[in-house]
Design a protein around this ligand. Structure first.
Ligand code: FDA
Length: 392
């Protein structure tokens, strides 16, 4: 029977970081992953440059049924701590926008750093191994693997969420949680493009491919970033962000004039260029195709000079609060993250250990903590992995 101190399931961002910490503390650590390579999501993230953290890490930028849960780990291992690791490894980086930090070179530098540091910390990594059932013993746990059972004093479940099944996402962590009686907060795709019903798609099809800066709100939370019209619906950073707050049946509010009320400018245009079409006036600030579409939605015919105050107010209102009604998301196929997960009420925020099952820890995306777009999710993986790594 193979024995180890710490068995970590999943060699993604959270699992590898946890392994390094535990190994450096002198623990005997074995990491198993069903994939052929570790850290595959790190490799493809951030368009191949890995947006590895964000300067603006704050608890309100994470979604969870208990928004305060993440605070402990995020405070004990911060974005600055991770930046120090990246600097020490000689990995060059830059800030893109909104505090988002990316590698200058390929994201594989981060995977290589983690694999090297695991090796230096004496961690054993085994790939292509799918763990099975986890059984609790009088002391520790026994985990089935195709090559026989492994016994460990602590088990860390770091197998991520359900996003991108093509890359090997399995939902294994939720099954483990449930097998130990730990509740799982309902999971759904997050940071995901939204889709329209066929009729709406038909109405908006002329806009496919357009990107515009906008303030997009869902469920009372707003994001000022780019919005992209696609052949299926909506995408772009503003939509991905809003998608985590959107629920079926909810409208999305799009503000195309977040800088202020466009009403006065429309009235000024009416007196200064009365023979122009409203779309021509709008096209000074918006793509022509979008200007034309909004003119139609507002029901405007004839030149701007012929429009009443009420009509111009309606157009201004549309620009500040265009209501769009997606019917769904593109699902886990393209979602960057999984919302929901192992219920934080049942985990210790300092150690990520299940309160009712001493020795069993959950880290990373498997937990009901989901960050905004922009490096927040990797920071959660590093911070939660670090926290468990100090305790196992
Ligand atoms: P992760 O999913 O990284 O790792 C889980 C590991 O467990 C994998 O190696 C998997 O093979 C393994 N596994 C799964 N099931 C298993 C099983 N049954 N048995 C054994 N092993 C199993 N975030 C961010 O902050 N900045 C960014 O730039 C991006 N970019 C990005 C792009 C794309 C396309 C996606 C899909 C996601 C992102 N993300 C992101 C999100 C980020 O990738 C994600 O939050 C972290 O990878 C989560 O880290 P974990 O270690 O928890 O899971």
């Amino acid at each position: 029977m193979e024995k180890t101190d710490v068995l970590i399931l999943g060699a993604g961002a959270a699992g590898m970081f946890c392994a390094i910490e535990a190994g450096r503390r002198g623990r005997r650590v074995l990491v198993l992953d069903r994939a052929r390579a570790p850290g595959e999501k790190i490799r493809i993230s951030g368009g191949g440059r890995c947006n590895f953290t964000n300067l603006g890490i704050a608890p309100e930028r994470f979604l969870s049924r208990n928004p305060r849960f993440a605070l402990s780990a995020l405070k004990r291992f911060t974005q600055w701590d991770f930046i120090a690791r990246i600097d020490a490894a000689g990995i060059a980086w830059h800030e893109k926008v909104l505090g988002q930090l990316f590698c200058d070179g390929p994201a594989t530098q981060i995977v290589d750093m983690l694999v090297r540091q695991m090796r230096e910390a004496g961690v054993e990594l085994r790939l292509g191994v799918e763990p099975g059932e986890i059984r609790r013993l009088a002391q520790g746990f026994e985990v089935d693997t195709p090559a026989g059972a492994v016994r460990a004093a602590s088990v860390v479940v770091a197998t991520g969420g359900k996003s991108i099944p093509k890359m090997g996402a399995t939902g294994y962590a939720y099954r483990v949680a449930e097998s130990f009686g730990l509740p799982v907060v309902e999971t759904r795709p997050g940071l995901v493009p939204l889709t329209f019903a066929a009729q709406e798609l038909e109405r908006l099809k002329a806009l496919a491919g357009l990107a515009v800066p906008a303030r997009v709100s869902a469920g009372g939370t707003s994001f000022d970033e780019a919005l992209l019209f696609t052949h299926r619906g909506l995408s772009g950073p503003a939509i991905l962000q809003a998608s985590s707050y959107w629920r079926e049946g909810m409208p999305l509010l799009v503000n195309l004039a977040p800088g202020g009320d466009p009403g006065p400018a429309l009235r000024a245009a009416r007196s200064e260029q009365p023979r122009s079409a409203a779309r021509t006036v709008l096209a000074r600030h918006l793509p022509e195709r979008l200007a034309r579409h909004l003119e139609t939605v507002a029901g405007i015919e004839g030149p701007i000079g012929a429009q009443s105050n009420a009509t111009l107010d309606r157009l201004a209102g549309l620009l500040r609060g265009w209501e769009l009604r997606p019917v769904g998301t593109e699902g886990y196929r393209t979602a960057e993250v999984t919302l929901g997960g192992v219920d934080t009420d049942h985990l210790d925020a300092r150690t990520m250990e299940a309160r009712a099952v001493p020795g069993l820890h959950f880290v990373g995306e498997a937990v009901d903590v989901t960050g905004w777009l922009g490096g927040y999710n990797f920071q959660w993986a590093w911070s939660s992995g670090w926290a468990a790594g100090q305790a196992v």
